[in-house]
Design a protein. Structure first.
Length: 190
């Protein structure tokens, strides 16, 4: 075994590694919490449920999933930049803000609603087709898109094209965030 000698009289006997872990843990907790907040719950007897009430003038840590340094001043929530090339009138650079909605995208509300429906826990909304997928050999045109930003608190950097059936399907599942490039329906002879 080992013996630990305290440096100061009356100091508790703590193994050096355990002491460092304790010190690092306390420092991490202090950084995560910020300035201590006094609340009614701290003074309540055990077994009593009291909602926390911050004392004016103290800071409370932000619960935003996106650091404020990544969001433009005055905007909160999800933000994506969509750059579309070779898509005719659908080409351009568009900003999409969701929660609350905004930006210069032609269909901001519909795009945000689509992404909200497509977002599932543990799944990447913007993931490419999986390796080994069997895709039809059809060409959907030269259009390309790149989506960057933050969605559901996670960074996004995804590229899209229409080089085969899988990629066309991936693109079409993100319409109206991406422009609708499917051919117009054929007129039927009566």
């Amino acid at each position: 075994m080992f013996q630990v000698t305290p440096r100061f009289p009356g100091a508790p006997r703590v193994a050096p590694a355990a002491g460092r872990r304790l010190l690092l843990g306390a420092a991490a907790l202090a950084l995560a919490v910020g300035t201590p907040v006094t609340s009614a719950a701290q003074a309540a007897p055990l077994g009593t449920t009291v909602p926390p009430v911050a004392v004016p003038g103290t800071t409370v840590p932000s619960l935003d999933p996106v650091p404020s340094s990544l969001t433009p001043v005055g905007r909160q929530g999800d933000h994506l930049t969509v750059v579309v090339r070779e898509a005719g009138r659908g080409s351009g650079t568009f900003e999409v803000y969701c929660h609350p909605g905004g930006g210069n995208h032609p269909q901001v509300d519909a795009a945000c609603a689509l992404l909200d429906r497509k977002t599932q826990w543990g799944r990447d909304t913007f993931a490419p087709p999986s390796d080994g997928s069997v895709c039809t050999m059809q060409y959907g045109g030269p259009a390309t898109a790149r989506i960057t930003g933050v969605w559901a608190g996670r960074p996004v950097d995804a590229t899209f094209d229409r080089r085969d059936g899988c990629r066309i399907g991936q693109w079409d599942r993100l319409v109206p965030l991406l422009p609708d490039l499917s051919p117009p329906p054929r007129a039927t002879a009566a």
